[in-house]
Ligand binder design. Sequence first.
Ligand SMILES: Nc1ncnc2c1ncn2[C@@H]1O[C@H](COP(=O)(O)OP(=O)(O)OP(=O)(O)O)[C@@H](O)[C@H]1O
Ligand SMILES: [Mg+2]
Length: 254
Amino acid sequence: MALFKKQSKIGRDGLSAETMTKGARLIAAAQPKNPVSEQFRTLRTNIDFASVAKGDVKTLLISSALPSEGKSTITSNLAVVYAQQGKKVLLVDADLRRPTVAVTFGINDNHGLTNYLADANSDAQAIIHTTNMATLDVITSGPVPPNPAELLGSGRMTALISALRNKYDIVIFDVPPFLMVTDAQVLMSKMDGVAVVVSGGKTTKGALQRTSEILKISEAPVLGFVYNDQNQKKSSSSGYGYGYGYGYGETKSK
Ligand SMILES: Nc1ncnc2c1ncn2[C@@H]1O[C@H](COP(=O)(O)OP(=O)(O)OP(=O)(O)O)[C@@H](O)[C@H]1O
Ligand SMILES: [Mg+2]
């Protein structure tokens, strides 16, 4: 166990559905003084440093090789710590297959990204939901479509990303894993920066190698790696495991 005292249940498919049904645990919002929240702030600082080196990173995609490696937990907490800093932040649930953002932020209106992408007459503003943090907005996934990669690769998605990057200080995208489907790859070329979550205990060497090849071939603007220790045994005095170690690996330019 690492970040959380209670281990998440693993389904028969080997995946955790916890963040889809209960939402990601927003420790950065609930316990800003917890050492884990401090780790999220460190991640924010590292991204800001990488951003200075690369030019302004306003659109950031976070993925990992495989499912259940902590992408949604990290993207949502990262969005929170950026908002706590007063930045105008948008979190986009571009994981149209295993969405979490609506339930994480308690948004009942199911109108989201897929509604916008599938309807040429729809308005982008209608899918932007506010949250209880003044500077944090979210776009939920909307109903699961039959053709996620096609929608994410559409010209309409490209236009939406351009419009959003002008409205926010940072737009963070939660996407499916690199090795399962092409969705992350399709979106990568439209991003200023890509961060790769590596999970202690889950990400295998082979999976990481294949992911590195994909990133190289796609000439992805990789900022670095985020180490998520889902294995750590230690618990902090607050009852939370102290599991996130963020190592920003080599910075590769496009
Ligand atoms: N450092 C950690 N320590 C303990 N549990 C963790 C840690 N990071 C994530 N988890 C748990 O692991 C499970 C999977 O996390 P999460 O849903 O964020 O991963 P994901 O990569 O977004 O998954 P998916 O591929 O389904 O989108 C959740 O139950 C989450 O609470
Ligand atoms: Mg997820």
